[in-house]
Ligand binder design. Sequence first.
Ligand SMILES: NC(=O)c1ccc[n+]([C@@H]2O[C@H](COP(=O)([O-])OP(=O)(O)OC[C@H]3O[C@@H](n4cnc5c(N)ncnc54)[C@H](OP(=O)(O)O)[C@@H]3O)[C@@H](O)[C@H]2O)c1
Length: 331
Amino acid sequence: MSRTVRWGILATGGIAERFTTDLLTLDGAEVVAVASRTEASAKTFADRFGIPRAYGEWAGLFADEDVDVVYVATPHHAHREAAGLALEAGKPVLCEKALTLNAREAEELVTLARDRGLFLMEAMWMYCNPLVRRLAELVRDGAVGEVRTVQADFGLAGPFAADHRLRDPAVGGGALLDLGVYPVSFAQLLLGEPDSVQAHALISPEGVDLNTGMLLGWDSGASALLSCSLVADTPLTAAVTGTLGRIEVPRGFFFPERFTLHRDGREPEEFLAGDDPHSFRHEAAEVMRCLRAGATESPLVPLDGSLAVMRTLDAVRERVGVRYPSERGAH
Ligand SMILES: NC(=O)c1ccc[n+]([C@@H]2O[C@H](COP(=O)([O-])OP(=O)(O)OC[C@H]3O[C@@H](n4cnc5c(N)ncnc54)[C@H](OP(=O)(O)O)[C@@H]3O)[C@@H](O)[C@H]2O)c1
């Protein structure tokens, strides 16, 4: 059960560096190859992390028999293609969030993985964080009663230069897929897929969402008030309120160091994180646990949950009028 899992890293940007740094601190994890669109980037990345093989095209990584699992760290628009090619080559995949550009692409990937009996997981590391799992468990066990409202936000002030990928519609830029996916995933972890979605956004001249407010509703009467932004340094907090009390998560709700449970008539109860709240080790360890157990899906980040989040993100974009270039002309 402790067999080494040999990783292949696809793309050499910011998150690939942070993920690989954390991955290499895990027992039983090895990084055997990296692929980039250019040989120079692959080589620089490989030298930096002591990775034995560097490919200047993705195909080399997919054909590498020593690679047990591929980590896809490209911008969103390339997730479908990169993860799809990896799965077609028989490789299990951990794919960065948001899983794809839209729900249609996500369906295609999930179908491919399921048809081939291969592991696929969205890199929604928040769902693997032990303290977030504890929070969800408390809510499921009724600690706050029936959930009535969820609030969560993820906004950064930037500024992001006009040529930054976050401003580029062609690569799935905007606040929603990079940042909004966290508050939406948080609300859906606690309440499931919403029955209604409303949204309002400031749209950039390039056509991506810069500042987005979302109101999700459930037939139970519960609602979630969520936001994401590339132009405002928002609190990055979350709160869940139910009929018997509430949970408050301070700044950094997607990798919390603590949260507080307030229940009517009782002293507030504080829950603290263990080591490493801001680490990608938890999600990497979950992937390795699943692969060793022969599981094709993680119970912590289920594919049906990722699909449901993608449907909500689609609905938000529809409400605010954001369509990526590859979707134009599509129905
Ligand atoms: N989990 C987290 O906390 C977290 C944090 C940040 C970002 N992310 C996610 O990770 C993904 C990448 O974000 P990032 O911040 O790492 O972006 P980034 O720094 O711009 O890096 C993305 C990398 O993808 C490759 N790439 C760039 N343009 C491409 C294109 N047109 N087609 C194919 N590949 C391309 C490049 O690598 P090569 O030159 O080697 O090909 C580039 O270095 C996004 O999905 C984002 O949402 C997750």
